[in-house]
Design a protein around this ligand. Structure first.
Ligand SMILES: Nc1ncnc2c1ncn2[C@@H]1O[C@H](COP(=O)(O)OP(=O)(O)O)[C@@H](O)[C@H]1O
Ligand SMILES: [Mg+2]
Ligand SMILES: [Zn+2]
Length: 274
């Protein structure tokens, strides 16, 4: 055997490339929105093979999964989780509770705890509050953390989900409805955004109960957001008015209710940018 050949055969697997920043705690890691710069074909580290050689000829050589491969795999998971583009940059790291606002600190702490302790946690979260206080941001931030831990995650705007179910009904058969709902039932952690936003017809209530009841029976973790509150304010509808007393009651068992107060973040940002 030539010495050249024996050197090649001495390649061994070494731990995968750490993602930048290398010493960051996993809790605050997010997946870059744009992984094009790491696209395999252009990657200077691995020439597109997905395997990076480490060490040099004289030292002990090895190969490991290249950064481009790891990032691409994570980006694929994020896209499978259906996190809307607008919310992909949202993380626990860039959620800033407003100084002096205890509800936002509390909400942040619940989000951190869920992300850190899952799966050793028995209830999801119901983020409740007016528009623009960061409910969707925090929910997505938790999903991104869990995705980083390899947990199966899915995000759905509840109104869009109901619409998709309805469309699949009218189009053909039950099969399409089932294939649509399978990931919603099966994913480890589901975010259902904007609970109560759809007009509460009997069909909407039955379908919500069907989806949420199945996850409840299977003891799967769900995070909800809603703009409706439990306390009636003036003539506004409550969450119970929107989703019905049975479903509200079930949610008490499934989730810790976390009220977030504050101004609309978007409005504040607009005021800061003349
Ligand atoms: N405390 C916060 N820190 C950082 N960004 C925030 C905060 N609260 C809201 N935002 C940002 O404001 C926008 C609206 O927040 P969002 O989560 O959509 O509000 P909600 O779901 O409560 O209506 C998003 O871009 C979000 O990232
Ligand atoms: Mg929202
Ligand atoms: Zn590479």
């Amino acid at each position: 055997m030539s010495s050249e050949k024996s050197k090649k055969q001495a390649l061994r697997a070494v731990p995968d490339a750490a993602l930048p920043p290398e010493d960051d705690a996993p809790l605050f890691k997010t997946i870059p929105e744009n992984t094009d710069e790491y696209a395999s074909t252009a990657c200077p580290l691995c020439n597109g093979s997905g395997w990076e050689q480490v060490g040099n000829q004289s030292s002990n050589q090895g190969v490991r999964r290249c950064k481009c491969f790891v990032l691409k795999a994570q980006a694929d998971v994020v896209s499978t989780a259906r996190i809307p583009h607008r919310y992909r940059p949202c993380s626990l790291h860039n959620y800033y509770p407003i100084h002096g606002n205890g509800t936002q600190f509390r909400a942040f702490n619940y989000a951190v705890r869920l992300a850190r302790e899952y799966p050793a946690i028995d209830r999801g979260l119901l983020f409740m509050g007016t528009v623009g206080v960061g409910k969707t941001h925090l929910s997505v931030a938790v999903l991104q953390e869990l995705i980083g831990k390899g947990v199966g995650c899915l995000f759905y705007d509840f109104g869009s989900l109901l619409k998709e179910i309805q469309d699949s009904y009218s189009k053909v058969s039950h099969t399409s409805e089932l294939s649509l709902l399978a990931p919603v039932f099966n994913t480890d952690v589901l975010v259902l955004d904007e609970l109560g936003a759809s007009k509460p017809t009997d069909w909407v209530r039955d379908t919500m109960m069907h989806v949420i009841g199945k996850r409840y029976n299977d003891q799967k973790l769900t995070i909800f957001t809603t703009n409706y509150l439990d306390q009636r304010r003036a003539s506004e509808e409550t969450l119970e008015d929107r989703i019905g007393v049975r479903l509200r009651s079930r949610l008490y068992e499934m989730c810790k209710t976390v009220v977030i107060e504050g101004e609309d973040w978007r409005k504040k940002k607009d005021a800061l940018n003349p």
